[in-house]
Design a protein around this ligand. Sequence first.
Ligand code: TGC
Ligand code: FAD
Length: 387
Amino acid sequence: MFTGVDFFLIDDLLSEEERKIRQTIRQYVDEKFLPLAAEYHRKADFPLSVIPELGALGVLGVTIPERYGAAGLNHTIYGLAMQELERGDSGLRSFASVQGSLVMYPISRYGSETQKQLWLPKLASGQAVGCFGLTEPDHGSDPGGMLTKAVHTADGWLLNGSKMWITNAPIADVAVVWAQTEQGIRGFLVEKGTPGFRTQTIKGKFSLRASLTGELIFDDCLVPEANLLPEGKGLRAPLSCLNEARYGIAWGAIGAAMACYEEALDYAKNRIQFGKPIAGFQLTQHKLVEMLNEITKAQLLNLQLGRLKDQGKAQYYHISLAKRNNVDQALKIARSARTILAANGITDEYQTIRHLLNLESVFTYEGTHDIHTLIVGEHITGMGAFR
Ligand code: TGC
Ligand code: FAD
Protein backbone atom coordinates (compact mmCIF):
# COMPACT_ATOMS: atom_id res chain seq x y z
CA MET A 1 0.00 0.00 0.00
CA PHE A 2 1.31 3.45 -0.98
CA THR A 3 2.00 5.47 2.16
CA GLY A 4 2.62 8.83 0.50
CA VAL A 5 5.59 11.14 0.36
CA ASP A 6 5.47 13.68 3.18
CA PHE A 7 8.95 14.94 4.01
CA PHE A 8 7.72 18.24 5.49
CA LEU A 9 4.84 16.82 7.58
CA ILE A 10 2.36 18.57 5.32
CA ASP A 11 -0.27 16.07 6.42
CA ASP A 12 -0.45 18.02 9.68
CA LEU A 13 -1.88 20.92 7.67
CA LEU A 14 -4.77 18.81 6.36
CA SER A 15 -8.04 18.27 8.18
CA GLU A 16 -9.02 14.82 9.35
CA GLU A 17 -11.71 14.71 6.66
CA GLU A 18 -9.17 15.62 3.96
CA ARG A 19 -6.80 12.88 5.09
CA LYS A 20 -9.58 10.31 5.35
CA ILE A 21 -10.94 10.93 1.87
CA ARG A 22 -7.44 10.87 0.40
CA GLN A 23 -6.84 7.52 2.09
CA THR A 24 -10.02 6.03 0.61
CA ILE A 25 -9.01 7.09 -2.90
CA ARG A 26 -5.42 5.92 -2.34
CA GLN A 27 -6.67 2.49 -1.35
CA TYR A 28 -9.00 2.34 -4.35
CA VAL A 29 -6.11 3.12 -6.71
CA ASP A 30 -3.89 0.45 -5.13
CA GLU A 31 -6.50 -2.27 -4.95
CA LYS A 32 -8.72 -1.71 -7.97
CA PHE A 33 -6.97 0.46 -10.54
CA LEU A 34 -3.27 -0.42 -10.46
CA PRO A 35 -3.84 -4.12 -11.21
CA LEU A 36 -5.41 -2.97 -14.52
CA ALA A 37 -3.06 -0.13 -15.43
CA ALA A 38 -0.31 -1.83 -17.45
CA GLU A 39 -2.77 -4.03 -19.34
CA TYR A 40 -4.94 -1.07 -20.42
CA HIS A 41 -1.89 0.99 -21.27
CA ARG A 42 -0.66 -1.85 -23.48
CA LYS A 43 -3.93 -2.25 -25.29
CA ALA A 44 -4.51 1.53 -25.48
CA ASP A 45 -7.91 1.44 -23.87
CA PHE A 46 -9.68 2.89 -20.85
CA PRO A 47 -11.18 0.43 -18.33
CA LEU A 48 -14.88 1.31 -18.48
CA SER A 49 -15.50 -0.72 -15.30
CA VAL A 50 -13.85 2.03 -13.23
CA ILE A 51 -16.37 4.71 -14.26
CA PRO A 52 -19.16 3.79 -11.79
CA GLU A 53 -16.49 3.10 -9.17
CA LEU A 54 -15.17 6.65 -9.57
CA GLY A 55 -18.75 7.87 -9.21
CA ALA A 56 -19.19 5.90 -5.99
CA LEU A 57 -15.92 7.32 -4.66
CA GLY A 58 -17.27 10.85 -5.19
CA VAL A 59 -14.39 11.98 -7.41
CA LEU A 60 -16.55 13.02 -10.38
CA GLY A 61 -17.34 16.71 -9.83
CA VAL A 62 -15.88 16.84 -6.32
CA THR A 63 -16.80 20.51 -5.77
CA ILE A 64 -20.23 20.43 -7.50
CA PRO A 65 -23.08 20.88 -4.98
CA GLU A 66 -24.54 17.82 -3.30
CA ARG A 67 -28.07 18.65 -4.45
CA TYR A 68 -26.96 17.54 -7.94
CA GLY A 69 -25.70 14.20 -6.67
CA ALA A 70 -22.05 15.24 -6.45
CA ALA A 71 -19.77 15.36 -3.41
CA GLY A 72 -19.95 19.13 -2.71
CA LEU A 73 -16.50 19.15 -1.07
CA ASN A 74 -13.72 21.75 -1.01
CA HIS A 75 -11.05 22.38 -3.62
CA THR A 76 -8.27 20.99 -1.44
CA ILE A 77 -10.06 17.64 -1.39
CA TYR A 78 -10.55 17.91 -5.15
CA GLY A 79 -6.79 18.44 -5.50
CA LEU A 80 -5.93 15.53 -3.21
CA ALA A 81 -8.30 13.31 -5.19
CA MET A 82 -6.61 14.23 -8.49
CA GLN A 83 -3.19 13.59 -6.92
CA GLU A 84 -4.22 10.10 -5.85
CA LEU A 85 -5.84 9.24 -9.19
CA GLU A 86 -2.82 10.37 -11.18
CA ARG A 87 -0.56 8.29 -8.97
CA GLY A 88 -2.43 5.47 -10.69
CA ASP A 89 -2.30 6.89 -14.21
CA SER A 90 -2.71 10.29 -15.87
CA GLY A 91 -5.48 8.70 -17.94
CA LEU A 92 -7.49 7.95 -14.80
CA ARG A 93 -7.08 11.54 -13.57
CA SER A 94 -7.86 12.84 -17.05
CA PHE A 95 -11.16 10.99 -17.04
CA ALA A 96 -12.13 12.57 -13.72
CA SER A 97 -10.78 16.03 -14.66
CA VAL A 98 -12.76 16.17 -17.87
CA GLN A 99 -15.95 14.82 -16.35
CA GLY A 100 -15.80 17.10 -13.30
CA SER A 101 -14.04 20.30 -14.36
CA LEU A 102 -14.80 20.44 -18.05
CA VAL A 103 -18.30 18.96 -18.27
CA MET A 104 -20.02 19.20 -14.89
CA TYR A 105 -18.48 22.58 -14.07
CA PRO A 106 -19.70 24.38 -17.23
CA ILE A 107 -23.14 22.80 -16.88
CA SER A 108 -23.26 23.81 -13.23
CA ARG A 109 -21.98 27.35 -13.88
CA TYR A 110 -23.52 28.19 -17.27
CA GLY A 111 -26.38 25.69 -17.69
CA SER A 112 -30.12 26.06 -17.14
CA GLU A 113 -31.75 24.37 -14.14
CA THR A 114 -33.23 21.78 -16.52
CA GLN A 115 -29.79 21.00 -17.97
CA LYS A 116 -28.34 20.69 -14.47
CA GLN A 117 -31.09 18.35 -13.30
CA LEU A 118 -30.80 16.26 -16.44
CA TRP A 119 -27.03 15.82 -16.59
CA LEU A 120 -25.28 16.47 -13.28
CA PRO A 121 -26.57 13.49 -11.25
CA LYS A 122 -25.84 11.06 -14.11
CA LEU A 123 -22.37 12.51 -14.63
CA ALA A 124 -21.62 12.46 -10.88
CA SER A 125 -22.50 8.78 -10.57
CA GLY A 126 -20.72 7.78 -13.77
CA GLN A 127 -23.97 6.67 -15.42
CA ALA A 128 -23.17 9.16 -18.17
CA VAL A 129 -19.82 10.28 -19.59
CA GLY A 130 -19.01 13.74 -20.92
CA CYS A 131 -16.30 15.39 -23.01
CA PHE A 132 -15.20 18.97 -23.69
CA GLY A 133 -14.55 20.21 -27.21
CA LEU A 134 -12.49 23.37 -27.44
CA THR A 135 -9.35 22.46 -29.45
CA GLU A 136 -9.57 22.19 -33.23
CA PRO A 137 -7.11 20.75 -35.74
CA ASP A 138 -5.80 24.26 -36.54
CA HIS A 139 -6.54 26.00 -33.23
CA GLY A 140 -4.86 24.55 -30.15
CA SER A 141 -3.11 27.23 -28.10
CA ASP A 142 -5.21 29.87 -29.84
CA PRO A 143 -8.78 28.64 -29.33
CA GLY A 144 -10.15 32.15 -29.91
CA GLY A 145 -9.59 31.55 -33.63
CA MET A 146 -11.88 28.49 -33.69
CA LEU A 147 -13.71 27.77 -36.94
CA THR A 148 -16.56 25.61 -35.61
CA LYS A 149 -19.71 27.60 -36.18
CA ALA A 150 -23.27 27.48 -34.86
CA VAL A 151 -25.93 29.30 -36.87
CA HIS A 152 -29.26 30.12 -35.25
CA THR A 153 -32.23 28.75 -37.25
CA ALA A 154 -35.96 28.46 -36.57
CA ASP A 155 -35.38 24.82 -35.47
CA GLY A 156 -32.34 25.29 -33.26
CA TRP A 157 -28.59 25.72 -33.86
CA LEU A 158 -26.89 24.31 -36.94
CA LEU A 159 -23.40 23.21 -36.00
CA ASN A 160 -20.55 22.69 -38.48
CA GLY A 161 -16.87 22.05 -37.85
CA SER A 162 -14.66 19.71 -35.89
CA LYS A 163 -12.85 19.39 -32.58
CA MET A 164 -9.60 17.50 -32.18
CA TRP A 165 -7.76 15.71 -29.34
CA ILE A 166 -10.85 15.37 -27.20
CA THR A 167 -10.50 13.18 -24.08
CA ASN A 168 -13.42 10.74 -23.66
CA ALA A 169 -14.84 11.68 -27.10
CA PRO A 170 -15.33 8.05 -28.20
CA ILE A 171 -17.39 7.15 -25.11
CA ALA A 172 -19.17 10.42 -24.34
CA ASP A 173 -22.94 10.61 -23.93
CA VAL A 174 -22.74 14.40 -24.03
CA ALA A 175 -20.16 16.79 -25.46
CA VAL A 176 -19.76 20.35 -24.22
CA VAL A 177 -18.87 22.05 -27.49
CA TRP A 178 -17.69 25.63 -27.96
CA ALA A 179 -18.54 27.32 -31.25
CA GLN A 180 -18.56 30.74 -32.90
CA THR A 181 -22.00 32.31 -33.18
CA GLU A 182 -23.25 35.75 -34.16
CA GLN A 183 -23.09 36.57 -30.44
CA GLY A 184 -19.48 35.36 -30.07
CA ILE A 185 -18.35 32.02 -28.63
CA ARG A 186 -21.14 29.97 -26.98
CA GLY A 187 -21.32 26.53 -25.39
CA PHE A 188 -23.64 23.70 -26.53
CA LEU A 189 -24.54 20.31 -25.10
CA VAL A 190 -24.39 17.92 -28.03
CA GLU A 191 -25.86 14.55 -27.24
CA LYS A 192 -24.56 11.25 -28.58
CA GLY A 193 -26.68 10.09 -31.51
CA THR A 194 -27.66 13.59 -32.68
CA PRO A 195 -27.85 13.39 -36.50
CA GLY A 196 -24.81 15.04 -38.11
CA PHE A 197 -22.58 14.35 -35.08
CA ARG A 198 -19.95 11.63 -35.07
CA THR A 199 -16.70 10.84 -33.29
CA GLN A 200 -13.50 9.24 -34.42
CA THR A 201 -10.92 7.67 -32.13
CA ILE A 202 -7.32 8.89 -32.42
CA LYS A 203 -5.03 5.87 -32.73
CA GLY A 204 -1.27 5.44 -32.42
CA LYS A 205 -0.77 7.49 -29.26
CA PHE A 206 2.42 6.75 -27.31
CA SER A 207 1.22 8.82 -24.37
CA LEU A 208 -1.97 8.64 -22.31
CA ARG A 209 -2.61 5.27 -23.83
CA ALA A 210 -5.03 4.31 -21.03
CA SER A 211 -7.30 7.18 -22.04
CA LEU A 212 -9.60 7.47 -25.03
CA THR A 213 -8.98 10.50 -27.22
CA GLY A 214 -10.93 11.41 -30.32
CA GLU A 215 -12.29 13.87 -32.79
CA LEU A 216 -15.79 15.40 -32.73
CA ILE A 217 -17.20 16.03 -36.20
CA PHE A 218 -20.27 18.19 -36.87
CA ASP A 219 -21.82 18.12 -40.29
CA ASP A 220 -25.05 20.17 -40.37
CA CYS A 221 -25.76 18.94 -36.87
CA LEU A 222 -28.99 20.48 -35.55
CA VAL A 223 -28.72 21.15 -31.81
CA PRO A 224 -32.01 21.96 -30.04
CA GLU A 225 -32.39 25.43 -28.54
CA ALA A 226 -32.71 23.77 -25.12
CA ASN A 227 -29.11 22.51 -25.45
CA LEU A 228 -27.51 25.94 -25.67
CA LEU A 229 -25.82 26.87 -22.38
CA PRO A 230 -27.80 30.02 -21.54
CA GLU A 231 -24.95 31.71 -19.66
CA GLY A 232 -21.26 31.99 -20.47
CA LYS A 233 -20.47 34.06 -23.52
CA GLY A 234 -17.12 34.62 -25.22
CA LEU A 235 -13.76 32.85 -24.82
CA ARG A 236 -13.86 33.73 -21.12
CA ALA A 237 -16.43 30.93 -20.54
CA PRO A 238 -14.36 27.94 -21.75
CA LEU A 239 -11.22 29.48 -20.21
CA SER A 240 -12.97 29.61 -16.83
CA CYS A 241 -13.49 25.83 -17.08
CA LEU A 242 -9.80 25.36 -17.89
CA ASN A 243 -8.91 27.08 -14.61
CA GLU A 244 -10.69 24.27 -12.76
CA ALA A 245 -9.03 21.49 -14.73
CA ARG A 246 -5.55 23.08 -14.68
CA TYR A 247 -5.84 23.31 -10.91
CA GLY A 248 -6.51 19.55 -10.71
CA ILE A 249 -3.58 18.85 -13.02
CA ALA A 250 -1.19 20.81 -10.78
CA TRP A 251 -2.04 18.31 -8.03
CA GLY A 252 -2.31 15.30 -10.30
CA ALA A 253 1.16 15.65 -11.80
CA ILE A 254 2.67 15.40 -8.33
CA GLY A 255 0.78 12.14 -7.80
CA ALA A 256 2.58 10.74 -10.86
CA ALA A 257 5.88 12.17 -9.57
CA MET A 258 5.38 10.49 -6.18
CA ALA A 259 4.77 7.13 -7.87
CA CYS A 260 8.04 7.47 -9.83
CA TYR A 261 10.01 8.63 -6.78
CA GLU A 262 8.74 5.77 -4.63
CA GLU A 263 9.51 3.22 -7.33
CA ALA A 264 13.02 4.61 -7.94
CA LEU A 265 13.81 4.75 -4.21
CA ASP A 266 12.69 1.19 -3.66
CA TYR A 267 14.58 -0.04 -6.72
CA ALA A 268 17.76 1.80 -5.70
CA LYS A 269 17.73 0.20 -2.28
CA ASN A 270 17.49 -3.26 -3.78
CA ARG A 271 19.55 -3.11 -6.98
CA ILE A 272 23.12 -4.24 -6.33
CA GLN A 273 25.98 -3.08 -8.55
CA PHE A 274 29.69 -3.01 -7.69
CA GLY A 275 28.83 -4.99 -4.58
CA LYS A 276 26.33 -2.63 -2.94
CA PRO A 277 22.86 -1.16 -3.45
CA ILE A 278 22.94 1.66 -6.02
CA ALA A 279 21.15 3.81 -3.38
CA GLY A 280 24.52 3.92 -1.62
CA PHE A 281 26.20 5.84 -4.48
CA GLN A 282 26.34 9.62 -4.22
CA LEU A 283 25.05 10.17 -7.75
CA THR A 284 21.92 8.08 -7.10
CA GLN A 285 21.31 9.90 -3.82
CA HIS A 286 21.60 13.22 -5.63
CA LYS A 287 18.91 12.15 -8.09
CA LEU A 288 16.61 10.93 -5.28
CA VAL A 289 17.11 14.07 -3.19
CA GLU A 290 16.36 16.31 -6.21
CA MET A 291 13.11 14.37 -6.72
CA LEU A 292 12.07 14.69 -3.10
CA ASN A 293 13.06 18.35 -3.11
CA GLU A 294 10.78 19.19 -6.04
CA ILE A 295 7.91 17.01 -4.80
CA THR A 296 7.99 18.76 -1.43
CA LYS A 297 8.02 22.26 -2.97
CA ALA A 298 5.17 21.33 -5.30
CA GLN A 299 3.12 19.86 -2.44
CA LEU A 300 3.40 23.14 -0.53
CA LEU A 301 2.50 25.10 -3.65
CA ASN A 302 -0.55 22.91 -4.21
CA LEU A 303 -1.77 23.15 -0.65
CA GLN A 304 -1.53 26.94 -0.58
CA LEU A 305 -3.22 27.11 -4.00
CA GLY A 306 -6.00 24.86 -2.69
CA ARG A 307 -6.50 27.05 0.37
CA LEU A 308 -6.55 30.17 -1.84
CA LYS A 309 -9.14 28.51 -4.06
CA ASP A 310 -11.26 27.57 -1.08
CA GLN A 311 -11.10 31.19 0.09
CA GLY A 312 -12.03 32.45 -3.40
CA LYS A 313 -8.64 34.13 -3.76
CA ALA A 314 -6.94 31.94 -6.40
CA GLN A 315 -6.42 33.76 -9.69
CA TYR A 316 -5.87 32.18 -13.10
CA TYR A 317 -2.19 33.18 -13.03
CA HIS A 318 -1.66 31.37 -9.71
CA ILE A 319 -3.07 28.25 -11.35
CA SER A 320 -0.86 28.72 -14.43
CA LEU A 321 2.27 28.95 -12.28
CA ALA A 322 1.34 25.76 -10.42
CA LYS A 323 0.42 23.79 -13.57
CA ARG A 324 3.60 25.00 -15.29
CA ASN A 325 5.93 24.20 -12.40
CA ASN A 326 4.44 20.94 -11.25
CA VAL A 327 4.07 19.24 -14.61
CA ASP A 328 7.57 20.33 -15.63
CA GLN A 329 9.02 18.98 -12.39
CA ALA A 330 7.00 15.77 -12.57
CA LEU A 331 8.32 15.12 -16.06
CA LYS A 332 11.90 15.70 -14.89
CA ILE A 333 11.33 13.43 -11.88
CA ALA A 334 9.92 10.68 -14.12
CA ARG A 335 12.93 10.94 -16.45
CA SER A 336 15.36 10.82 -13.55
CA ALA A 337 13.55 7.86 -11.97
CA ARG A 338 13.76 6.07 -15.31
CA THR A 339 17.54 6.48 -15.32
CA ILE A 340 17.75 4.83 -11.88
CA LEU A 341 15.72 1.86 -13.16
CA ALA A 342 17.93 1.84 -16.26
CA ALA A 343 17.03 -1.03 -18.62
CA ASN A 344 14.21 -2.20 -16.36
CA GLY A 345 12.87 1.34 -16.58
CA ILE A 346 11.90 0.97 -20.21
CA THR A 347 9.50 -1.90 -19.56
CA ASP A 348 5.95 -1.71 -18.24
CA GLU A 349 6.86 -4.17 -15.50
CA TYR A 350 7.62 -0.88 -13.71
CA GLN A 351 5.24 2.08 -13.78
CA THR A 352 7.77 4.87 -14.32
CA ILE A 353 7.89 4.68 -18.11
CA ARG A 354 4.07 4.82 -18.28
CA HIS A 355 4.04 7.97 -16.13
CA LEU A 356 6.90 9.48 -18.12
CA LEU A 357 5.09 8.96 -21.41
CA ASN A 358 1.79 10.23 -19.98
CA LEU A 359 3.38 13.38 -18.62
CA GLU A 360 4.42 14.39 -22.14
CA SER A 361 0.71 14.91 -22.87
CA VAL A 362 0.08 16.59 -19.54
CA PHE A 363 2.89 19.05 -20.39
CA THR A 364 0.97 19.93 -23.57
CA TYR A 365 -2.72 19.83 -22.75
CA GLU A 366 -4.70 22.35 -20.73
CA GLY A 367 -2.31 25.01 -22.05
CA THR A 368 1.22 24.08 -23.02
CA HIS A 369 4.15 24.87 -20.75
CA ASP A 370 4.96 27.81 -23.05
CA ILE A 371 1.43 29.22 -22.85
CA HIS A 372 1.51 29.14 -19.04
CA THR A 373 4.88 30.92 -19.12
CA LEU A 374 3.26 33.63 -21.24
CA ILE A 375 0.18 33.86 -18.98
CA VAL A 376 2.36 34.47 -15.92
CA GLY A 377 4.69 36.69 -17.97
CA GLU A 378 1.79 38.85 -19.08
CA HIS A 379 0.57 39.19 -15.52
CA ILE A 380 3.89 40.30 -14.04
CA THR A 381 4.94 42.62 -16.88
CA GLY A 382 1.57 43.87 -18.04
CA MET A 383 2.67 43.01 -21.58
CA GLY A 384 1.06 40.21 -23.56
CA ALA A 385 3.53 38.23 -25.67
CA PHE A 386 1.10 35.80 -27.32
CA ARG A 387 0.98 37.69 -30.60
P1 TGC B 1 -7.64 36.80 -24.08
O1 TGC B 1 -7.98 38.00 -24.90
O2 TGC B 1 -6.47 36.84 -23.19
O3 TGC B 1 -8.89 36.40 -23.19
C1 TGC B 1 -10.20 36.31 -23.72
C2 TGC B 1 -11.16 36.57 -22.56
O4 TGC B 1 -11.01 35.55 -21.58
C3 TGC B 1 -10.57 36.11 -20.31
N1 TGC B 1 -9.60 35.16 -19.77
C4 TGC B 1 -9.91 34.29 -18.82
N2 TGC B 1 -11.04 34.09 -18.14
C5 TGC B 1 -11.06 33.09 -17.24
N3 TGC B 1 -9.99 32.31 -17.01
C6 TGC B 1 -8.83 32.48 -17.66
N4 TGC B 1 -7.80 31.67 -17.42
C7 TGC B 1 -8.75 33.49 -18.62
N5 TGC B 1 -7.79 33.93 -19.48
C8 TGC B 1 -8.32 34.95 -20.16
C9 TGC B 1 -9.98 37.46 -20.67
O5 TGC B 1 -10.06 38.33 -19.58
C10 TGC B 1 -10.89 37.87 -21.82
O6 TGC B 1 -12.13 38.28 -21.25
P2 TGC B 1 -13.03 39.42 -21.95
O7 TGC B 1 -14.24 39.50 -21.10
O8 TGC B 1 -12.16 40.65 -21.94
O9 TGC B 1 -13.30 38.94 -23.34
O10 TGC B 1 -7.58 35.57 -25.09
P3 TGC B 1 -6.48 35.14 -26.14
O11 TGC B 1 -7.20 34.79 -27.41
O12 TGC B 1 -5.39 36.17 -26.22
O13 TGC B 1 -5.91 33.77 -25.52
C11 TGC B 1 -5.27 33.75 -24.31
C12 TGC B 1 -4.68 32.35 -24.00
C13 TGC B 1 -3.57 32.02 -24.99
C14 TGC B 1 -4.08 32.46 -22.62
C15 TGC B 1 -5.75 31.27 -24.00
O14 TGC B 1 -6.44 31.19 -25.15
C16 TGC B 1 -5.23 29.92 -23.61
O15 TGC B 1 -5.26 29.60 -22.41
N6 TGC B 1 -4.79 29.00 -24.55
C17 TGC B 1 -4.49 27.61 -24.23
C18 TGC B 1 -5.61 26.73 -24.70
C19 TGC B 1 -5.87 25.57 -23.77
O16 TGC B 1 -5.47 25.55 -22.63
N7 TGC B 1 -6.61 24.61 -24.25
C20 TGC B 1 -7.02 23.49 -23.44
C21 TGC B 1 -8.08 22.70 -24.11
S1 TGC B 1 -8.90 21.56 -23.03
C22 TGC B 1 -7.78 20.38 -22.70
O17 TGC B 1 -6.66 20.42 -23.05
C23 TGC B 1 -8.31 19.26 -21.90
S2 TGC B 1 -7.18 18.04 -21.53
C24 TGC B 1 -8.08 17.34 -20.30
C25 TGC B 1 -7.59 16.09 -19.77
O18 TGC B 1 -7.61 15.04 -20.46
O19 TGC B 1 -7.23 16.09 -18.54
P1 FAD C 1 -0.03 24.32 -30.85
O1 FAD C 1 -0.94 25.35 -30.30
O2 FAD C 1 0.01 24.16 -32.34
O3 FAD C 1 1.42 24.61 -30.31
C1 FAD C 1 2.60 24.08 -30.94
C2 FAD C 1 3.82 24.61 -30.19
O4 FAD C 1 3.88 26.04 -30.34
C3 FAD C 1 3.79 24.36 -28.69
O5 FAD C 1 5.09 24.11 -28.23
C4 FAD C 1 3.28 25.67 -28.12
O6 FAD C 1 3.71 25.90 -26.78
C5 FAD C 1 3.94 26.66 -29.07
N1 FAD C 1 3.20 27.92 -29.13
C6 FAD C 1 1.92 28.14 -29.53
N2 FAD C 1 1.61 29.43 -29.44
C7 FAD C 1 2.70 30.06 -28.95
C8 FAD C 1 3.01 31.42 -28.60
N3 FAD C 1 2.11 32.38 -28.72
N4 FAD C 1 4.24 31.69 -28.15
C9 FAD C 1 5.19 30.71 -27.98
N5 FAD C 1 4.95 29.42 -28.28
C10 FAD C 1 3.72 29.11 -28.76
N6 FAD C 1 -8.43 19.73 -26.02
C11 FAD C 1 -9.75 19.88 -25.72
O7 FAD C 1 -10.39 20.85 -26.11
N7 FAD C 1 -10.40 18.93 -24.98
C12 FAD C 1 -9.78 17.80 -24.52
O8 FAD C 1 -10.40 16.98 -23.85
C13 FAD C 1 -8.40 17.62 -24.85
N8 FAD C 1 -7.77 16.49 -24.46
C14 FAD C 1 -6.48 16.26 -24.89
C15 FAD C 1 -5.89 15.02 -24.63
C16 FAD C 1 -4.60 14.76 -25.10
C17 FAD C 1 -3.98 13.41 -24.87
C18 FAD C 1 -3.87 15.77 -25.78
C19 FAD C 1 -2.45 15.52 -26.23
C20 FAD C 1 -4.46 16.99 -26.05
C21 FAD C 1 -5.77 17.26 -25.61
N9 FAD C 1 -6.42 18.46 -25.92
C22 FAD C 1 -7.74 18.63 -25.61
C23 FAD C 1 -5.76 19.45 -26.77
C24 FAD C 1 -4.72 20.32 -26.03
O9 FAD C 1 -5.34 21.24 -25.20
C25 FAD C 1 -3.85 21.00 -27.10
O10 FAD C 1 -3.04 19.99 -27.66
C26 FAD C 1 -3.02 22.11 -26.53
O11 FAD C 1 -3.81 23.20 -26.13
C27 FAD C 1 -1.95 22.61 -27.53
O12 FAD C 1 -2.48 22.79 -28.81
P2 FAD C 1 -1.73 22.14 -30.08
O13 FAD C 1 -1.42 20.72 -29.79
O14 FAD C 1 -2.56 22.45 -31.27
O15 FAD C 1 -0.33 22.91 -30.17
